[in-house]
Design a protein around this ligand. Sequence first.
Ligand SMILES: C[S@@+](CC[C@H](N)C(=O)[O-])C[C@H]1O[C@@H](n2cnc3c(N)ncnc32)[C@H](O)[C@@H]1O
Length: 260
Amino acid sequence: MKKIYLIGIGPGNPDYLTVKAINTMKKVDVFFLLEKREKKGHEDLVKIRKEILKRYLDRGTYRVVTAKISERKKSGKLYKEGVKTWRGQKAEVITELIKSKMKDGENGAFLVWGDPSLYDGHLEILQHILKQGAVNFEYEVIPGITSVQILAEKHKIPLNRIGETIVITTGRKLKEYSPAEVINTVVLLDSYSTFKHFKDTDIDIYWGGYLGTDDEILLSGKLKDIIEDLKKIRKEAKKKKGWLMDTYILRQPEGSESNE
Ligand SMILES: C[S@@+](CC[C@H](N)C(=O)[O-])C[C@H]1O[C@@H](n2cnc3c(N)ncnc32)[C@H](O)[C@@H]1O
């Protein structure tokens, strides 16, 4: 039987790999690297994965197979449908890789950004492939450190204060929240500075771009006081590197009515 590992590698720095991830990598015969050709900065993300392999494994003990996948088209389709179609295409590529690039009894792996449980499609794709029945394999998840944890680490904050709720959401969903619903709201996947919807409130923000990497940028404070700086920093970072990954937490200040 073939076996696939989904190995969480942390959000951009080889220092954030767990011992379990490293020990699992040592058992892997073939690593699959998926390259999104059209996506700006994607080569940086592939480079980090190659650095991880070089740092932790002996040369000649594993194979690397790269495959091109297309970027998700932001078509007129509904968001969920668009993602489903794109994942379907990715599933076809992965099926073919497992079928043709692994021998029976071998271990294969995908190096998953951050942790496979957080806004990542690999698990659902593997489950979809097994359901389709075109190829058979076992699979295992190796957890990784998420961008959310690095955000908390770098700002030296817990994600909640005593007994409070934590919500993890996307920029797309954040638009639907009222200020009173924002207690500890962690936001990922926000290309549009959606925090601007809360600029007239008393909410605090803890923001991090390129967390854990050499280009890391941190900013925190009362949103209404730093919003212009934040918008500028995001714009300049995108221009300089061609891409930006950022995560932030919006938080009611201590003692405000909504968090009691
Ligand atoms: C598709 S999600 C993947 C999340 C990942 N599985 C994790 O555990 O962090 C991508 C989003 O994660 C966040 N992210 C990932 N890496 C990051 C980093 N190094 N710094 C800041 N945010 C990051 C950004 O919000 C980005 O849009």
